[in-house]
Design a protein around this ligand. Structure first.
Ligand code: ADE
Length: 223
């Protein structure tokens, strides 16, 4: 899979995605990630990427021309263009799974604190994506979240193939609690059921824990 991120602050994405599992996935060529500065496609002397809104109002609006030029230069046959915005559809584990399995080339456009000219959205963007009901200063932070969630699902990225299966949301429930040594810490013991080696009983306990946790923290997932 190839991912191109278009932002006014590409170095935020480059730095965040260079570490740990996603960084290793890039080194192993399991994914190709490029973060670009939209300003590189601005043609005027001052390399302007935004302007005041028609109709008046606060803030600036990102201009059409540099974004059109950037996407025209980067896009390939069948690629998808996503725009990060709090006004988008909620990003879910199922969205990450869909991109990971169906998309060979993803271009992610990131806004800054300002809006983007609607003609960009209407003519170039396939999906508007929000990572939650809050407003960030910079869409590139949301793009990093989206890229991380997608890339960890690509083949061979996670060491243990089951670790992407037995986790929160994959089965529609939150993950059960996990424990490791020592068996007792500050007077609190690991649940006895996990020490007995009865795999059927452990699976049943974990399922009950997942259900209880989901009921308490995210009842909306059960509705
Ligand atoms: N840009 C600013 N806030 C955002 C959010 N919640 N999701 C996606 N992009 C954003």
């Amino acid at each position: 899979m190839r991912i191109d991120i278009l932002s006014l602050f590409p170095q935020i994405a480059t730095a965040a995605l260079a570490e740990s599992i996603i960084g290793r996935a890039q080194q192993r060529a399991l994914v190709e990630i490029h973060a670009h500065n939209i300003r590189d496609w601005a043609r005027d002397k001052h390399r302007t990427t935004d302007d005041t809104p028609y109709g008046g109002g606060q803030g600036m609006v990102m201009k059409c021309e540099p974004i059109f030029e950037a996407i025209t230069a980067l896009r390939s046959e069948g690629c998808k263009v996503a725009f990060m915005t709090p006004a988008g559809a909620p990003f879910k584990q199922t969205t990450a799974q869909r991109f990971a399995s169906e998309c060979k080339h993803l271009i992610i456009l990131c806004g800054h604190y300002e809006g983007v000219d609607q003609r960009v959205i209407d003519q170039l963007v396939d999906e508007e994506i929000s990572i939650g009901d809050y407003v960030l200063t910079n869409g590139v932070i949301a793009a990093v979240v989206v890229v991380d969630a997608i890339v960890r699902l690509l083949p061979e990225v996670l060491g243990d193939a089951t670790s992407a299966v037995e986790e929160s949301f994959a089965g529609g429930l939150l993950e059960f609690p996990q424990y490791t040594r020592p068996v007792e810490f500050e007077g609190v013991r690991v649940p006895e059921i996990l020490l007995g080696g009865n795999h059927a009983a452990i699976a049943k306990w974990r399922q009950e824990q997942s259900l209880g946790k989901t009921r308490r923290a995210r009842p909306d997932l059960l509705a």
